[in-house]
Design a protein around this ligand. Structure first.
Ligand code: GAL
Length: 821
């Protein structure tokens, strides 16, 4: 009886609160209704809890239904069975913030993430367990994966966050793109993926599970697509809807690389085409990329910035026009949700890559006119009307008559961001520095570490990834009369150290890192040894552990050798293989052990003779927090490579001295034609991280009083140029045809002036507009000044009634405007 009452009560509670998420071959269904779902990736540890509400709200205002995130195993379980869910890692708080905003959540537990995240999200202790192989039928691996996955599911269930419990999570993911790498795993790979499916299913989350890029995903797993385009994707089961879990809005950056840009027109085109061809779920990877704080960047060589050219920039600002143009697309797609998900689909092929797709229900029809031709516009005749569809674009006509949206016609403003100096400082550009050297005596002169081995070990094995730094030290002895004493010899090191510093008898003899796109190299330098004991000290530094590929966990990091010294004296050649010498190891640096980055660290810092270009040097300065609410960045121009902290918070690795090569940036970026990561690059010949800027979230700062910046500079640099700044919209532009309505907005600040305005056929781009050959005789700038200046936003009806009707030889007239914020 008791149990029946309990059951009845349980049913009544769950039926009141639960959301039933299911699917058929057409779409994800929520409470029985097929849905068009637009989702965006925001990874919680790549911003701060203080930023989450605003980011998620902007997602909602941008027309998203859901926020997607991975779960980052190595962040949560840095040491086996010791968990961290605090601060930026508060997954539950993140999910509740999504819920509070009324959005759905997509939880990609993985626990393999990839994501350009350190080691793809796997803890290094896992790698160091005996007999371990990741992502295959390895008992130790499967036990740990199950343990972590179960723990996350239980945590989330306890907070009732699955939709089946009334929470926001509508989908969960197990594994990640395993299909892309599974070949080398052979039969074990196939068995593993079945095990993953069963394991996930047994966790009983009450919402569908997805497996992306997994053509053999066992039922009931939903296999989904990732890529720049997914319109050709066909799910592996007629009962699986066509879903796109990663629509890459841009791309990531590597140190020494360039800045990738995926045009707004092309992202919109890819989405519209996907929906034209029957897709019903699209997730932007990334919607907000954010920052790889601390040592979370993957690798090797992924930058601290994970901006991704996403609709929300690294700092959380709207990246316009991407954000706004996609918002308009989302509004149109939502407005025809019923037709898209229930309508009968028919297509007309016009040849030359032009097509029409008609979704028809009893209530009405909606149409997509697509033109996949990258060179020529298409003229489509449909039901007695003629429509021009520009090259590489899709037009959406919600009623099959009137064009509501075209992916190539942007009617959203372009925002140009500017940096403002820190007005809270009297002399904003000069910080007062103190410094101290990194104490390396024990290592450089004594070669004395914490443990010794007669073998060269992979760095991960020794450090457990507790630090980027690992000393490898050995001694080489020469007798007094040895003919090689004082002679030039060669030291040759086969290295997979992401960065390697080589010291002999206390003196640095060189440093090296892999060339772009590679990760092994040979270090070779002349060196002279003295009689007696010589200390060779090698400092190996990781810059993010590999995160992608079959068996990526065993990609070497550090100095795995061999290491030789060779010398030629007359007829005599000696080759000494040092690989099996006695090597002494020490993880980490002294300054890190002594936490010099902590504000309260009571160490001796000197304000005298602050050195420039000195390797292995600590710098410290105090500064005032910039006024206002605009995002804060620190310009680390002049520095070499190292790590920066603000008030003890690690803001990430910096490396402004790594300049990208000169070639590969085209002056013009054509949105037409398939995008790839090498297209539309900028920043050639410049430091990789845009504007040298590193994000300092407001929550890291004391609004009143002093703040402390600490730098550990490895290579040697000049800190005198370092400055704090804020970033905000500096000017906004539009370049639109007549008969459109365009909104100009300075992001909650008043528009202060109209810098350029012309109605006719103006030329150029935002920041460099010029008058064309035809122009209205009315004073366009005056009209816009009256409508916009002093206001936070203004809406302009671009019409000949307002701006006059210049004769542009029959060509459609355009308004170009640049307004200063
Ligand atoms: C995908 C992966 C993502 C991310 C992306 C590139 O293959 O699933 O996690 O790494 O590539 O940014």
């Amino acid at each position: 009886m008791v149990s029946l009452r309990f059951l009845l009560c349980f049913l009544c509670v769950s039926s009141v609160y639960a959301t039933i998420v299911s699917h058929d071959g057409r779409a994800i269904t929520i409470d029985g209704h097929r849905r068009v779902l637009l989702s965006g990736s925001i990874h919680y540890p790549r911003s701060t809890p203080e930023m989450w509400p605003d980011l998620i709200k902007k997602g909602k205002e941008g027309g998203l239904d859901a926020i997607e995130t991975y779960v980052f195993w190595n962040a949560h379980e840095p040491t086996r069975r010791q968990y961290d869910f605090s601060g930026k890692l508060d997954l539950i708080r993140f999910l509740k913030t999504i819920q509070d905003e009324g959005l759905y959540a997509v939880l990609r537990i993985g626990p393999y993430a990839c994501a350009e995240w350190n080691y793809g999200g796997f803890p290094v202790w896992l790698h160091n367990m005996p007999g371990m192989v990741f992502r295959t039928t390895n008992k130790a691996y499967m036990d740990e994966m199950q343990n972590f996955t179960t723990m996350i599911v239980d945590m989330v269930k306890k907070e009732k966050l699955f939709a089946s419990q009334g929470g926001p999570i509508i989908l969960a993911q197990i594994e990640n793109e395993y299909g892309n790498v599974m070949g080398p795993y052979g039969e074990s790979g196939k068995a593993y993926i079945k095990w993953c499916a069963n394991m996930a299913q047994s966790l009983d989350v009450g919402v569908p599970w997805i497996m992306c890029q997994q053509n053999d995903a066992p039922q009931p797993m939903l296999n989904t697509c990732n890529g720049f385009y997914c319109d050709n994707f066909v799910p592996n089961n007629p009962n699986t809807p066509k879903m796109w879990t990663e629509n890459w809005t841009g791309w990531f950056k590597q140190w020494g690389g360039k800045n990738p840009h995926r045009t707004t027109e092309d992202v919109a085109f890819s989405v519209a085409r996907f929906f034209q061809r029957g897709g019903t779920f699209n997730n932007y990877y990334m919607y907000h990329g954010g920052t790889n704080f601390d040592r979370t960047a993957g690798g090797p060589y992924i930058t601290t910035s994970y901006d991704y050219d996403a609709p929300l920039d690294e700092y959380g600002n709207l990246s316009q026009p991407k954000y706004g143009h996609l918002k308009q697309l989302h509004d149109v797609l939502h407005s025809i949700e019923k037709t898209l998900t229930y309508g009968n689909i028919s297509t007309i092929d016009f040849g030359n890559s032009a097509s029409a797709t008609i979704y028809k229900t009893e209530e009405g029809s909606s149409c997509f006119f697509g033109n996949g031709n990258e060179n020529s516009d298409a003229t489509i005749s449909f039901q007695g009307e003629s429509y021009v569809v520009p090259a590489w674009s899709v037009t959406i006509l919600p009623d099959c008559k009137n064009e509501a949206y075209n992916t190539a016609k942007i009617t959203t403003q372009t925002s140009m961001m500017v940096k403002k100096p820190n007005e809270a400082e009297d002399t904003p550009s000069t910080l007062k520095w103190s410094w101290r050297p990194e104490n390396m005596d024990n290592f450089l002169l004594k070669g004395k570490g914490e443990s010794t081995q007669t073998q060269l070990f992979d760095q991960k094995v020794v450090t457990n990834d507790q630090s980027d730094y690992l000393w490898y030290m050995t001694t080489v002895k020469f007798k007094k009369r040895d003919p090689f004493v004082g002679k030039t010899m060669s030291l040759r090191i086969n290295s997979t150290a992401h960065v390697l510093y080589v010291f002999v008898n206390g003196n640095i003899i060189g440093y090296q890192h892999a060339e772009n796109g590679k990760f092994n190299y040979v270090f070779e330098k002349d060196v002279k040894f003295k009689s007696g004991r010589n200390v060779i000290a090698l400092l190996s530094i990781t810059v993010g552990l590999a995160n992608y590929g079959a068996f990526f966990e065993s990609k070497p990091a550090g100095i795995t050798g061999p290491i030789f010294i060779t010398g030629i004296n007359g007829d005599e050649t000696i080759v000494k293989d040092l690989s099996a010498h006695k090597w002494s190891y020490k993880t980490g640096l002294n300054g890190f052990d002594n936490q010099l980055f902590r504000t309260e660290a009571m160490s001796k810092w000197s304000v005298e003779n602050v050195p420039f270009n000195r390797t292995m040097t600590w710098y410290k300065a105090t500064f005032k927090s910039p006024l206002g609410n605009d995002p804060v960045v620190v310009d680390l121009m002049g520095l070499g490579k190292g790590t920066a902290w603000v008030n003890g918070n690690n803001i990430g690795r910096y490396w402004p001295s790594f300049i990208s090569s000169e070639n590969g940036c085209d002056a013009k970026c054509n949105y037409r034609g398939a995008y790839h990561a090498e297209k539309c690059l900028t920043n050639c010949g410049e430091p990789t991280q845009r504007w040298y800027m590193y994000h300092v979230p407001r929550s890291f700062l004391n609004a009143e009083g002093d703040n402390t910046l600490v730098l550990f500079e490895e290579m040697g640099g000049n800190p005198s140029l370092v400055s704090f700044q804020t970033t905000r919209v500096g000017s906004v532009c539009a370049n639109v045809y007549e008969k459109t309505i365009i909104e100009l907005s300075c992001d909650r600040k008043p528009i202060s002036a109209i810098k350029f305005a012309s109605f006719g056929n103006p030329d150029g781009n935002c920041g460099s507009f010029e008058k064309g050959t035809c122009e209205s005789s009315k004073n366009t700038a005056d009209i816009l000044t009256q409508e916009c200046v002093g206001k936070e936003k203004c809406s302009i009806d671009v019409s000949t009634e307002k701006f006059g009707a210049p004769d542009c030889s029959g060509a459609p007239r355009r308004l170009a405007v640049e307004a200063i914020c």
